[in-house]
Design a protein. Structure first.
Length: 335
């Protein structure tokens, strides 16, 4: 039986990823694009037409707080640059709206805590925009690791990089808006994979920055970074994230075999195999599935599971900050 109604979502920050989310919302079953919050009037006009939006559901950053009295918006999805997540999460919570926040949750552990506290106080739910938590290949990696299908996992290799950033105006290159370089943007997925494949929280980390080969571009944030996480069971996760080369893979070596994906983290299509043979799952619309699964929980009046909540973003942020500390100091850092 279809649900009585769809969850009404407003996207905040109509950039590249918001467009991909909007496409996902067109095919979603349990939620729909109902509103937008944008600082660019031309985008407001264009989106209104493209998605047939009601004028009263279109906000800018100044009048956004008026969304509190708009019964036609249930949830606000924050898709701004990282350093602006906190402001919009807090304003959405204050307006009594549930929130999804894009990765990474913010730019510090303190910000993550503030967002979680604000949502708890306001009685709204805070979800992370972790699309891979509902993606079949990644969830199979998680299952094979946590259920020890090939025995105990000893070593995970998780890396993500791309070579696309050359515009010096890009916010990702500016530390005040991004909080850091490829580690914040891409490395967060590798930390996630290490955590969901082992099912453990890392206890310590060592890390090294790569060389700066494009000094005109990488003035404020790292160009590449490599790190090694150690888990309580003795498992290790080694990772690189980079803005100077393409890499997109997960590999897990366990006592009795291996399992891997490459591509693994991007928008797919993914490819995977284990020591027993190839993996084959249907391709999904990652964004539609993620928002649908979150919408179902909220529409049912249930609490979101921890793995998709703000807490998960906080746990990742702790690790990201420890990685920077390790790379800055050259020392092994306890987490
Ligand atoms: P974009 O630069 O393409 O878009 C960001 C949008 O935020 C802008 O278009 C603008 O929208 C708004 N904005 C508000 N203030 C600022 C500001 N000071 N500077 C720049 N933009 C501002 O970024 P992305 O869409 O690529 O990334 C946004 C977020 O989504 C990030 O947190 C990123 O990590 C995450 N992301 C997640 C992905 C995933 O797969 N889960 C993939 C890509 C990104 P407007 O003009 O409407 O105000």
């Amino acid at each position: 039986i279809p649900p009585a109604r769809k969850l009404n979502i407003a996207l905040v920050g109509l950039g590249r990823y918001a467009n991909i989310l909007a496409d996902g919302l067109l095919v979603a079953q349990h939620c729909r694009l109902a509103g937008i919050v944008t600082g660019t009037p031309e985008k407001a006009k264009d989106w209104k037409k493209r998605f047939n939006l009601d004028d009263k559901n279109i906000y800018n950053y100044q009048n956004f707080d008026q969304i509190a009295s708009n019964k036609d918006i249930d949830l606000v999805y924050v898709v701004t640059p990282n350093a602006l997540h906190k402001e919009y999460v807090l304003r959405a919570a204050k307006a009594g709206k549930h929130v999804i926040v894009e990765k990474p949750i913010g730019i510090s552990v303190e910000e993550a805590r503030d967002m979680i506290t604000a949502c708890e106080k306001a009685g709204v739910q805070l979800a992370m925009g972790y699309r891979l938590h509902y993606e079949p290949y990644n969830m199979e990696m998680k299952r094979m690791g946590q259920e020890r299908i090939f025995g105990k996992v000893k070593l995970v290799e998780a890396s993500l990089g791309y070579k696309a950033i050359s515009n010096p105006g890009e916010w990702r290159l500016h530390k005040a808006l991004s909080g850091g370089g490829p580690l914040m943007n891409l490395g967060v997925y590798c930390v996630q994979a290490g955590r969901y494949i082992t099912g453990e929280e890392p206890i310590s980390v060592t890390a090294q920055y790569g060389p700066v080969t494009y000094p005109d571009i990488f003035k404020e944030v790292e160009e590449s970074i490599t790190w090694q996480l150690q888990f309580p069971s003795g498992a290790i996760c080694t990772s690189s994230s980079s803005y100077n080369c393409g890499i997109d893979r997960l590999y897990a070596a366990a006592d009795e075999g291996f399992f891997e994906l490459s591509p693994a983290i991007s928008y797919g299509p993914f490819q995977g195999r284990t020591s027993n043979g190839p993996l084959k799952f249907p391709e999904t619309n990652q964004q539609a599935v993620q928002m649908d699964e979150i919408a179902k929980v909220i529409l049912a009046g249930k609490r979101l599971p921890d793995h998709i909540s703000g807490l998960e973003g906080l746990l990742d942020m702790k690790v990201l900050m420890a990685i920077y500390q390790a790379a800055d100091s050259g020392k092994k850092i306890a987490i």
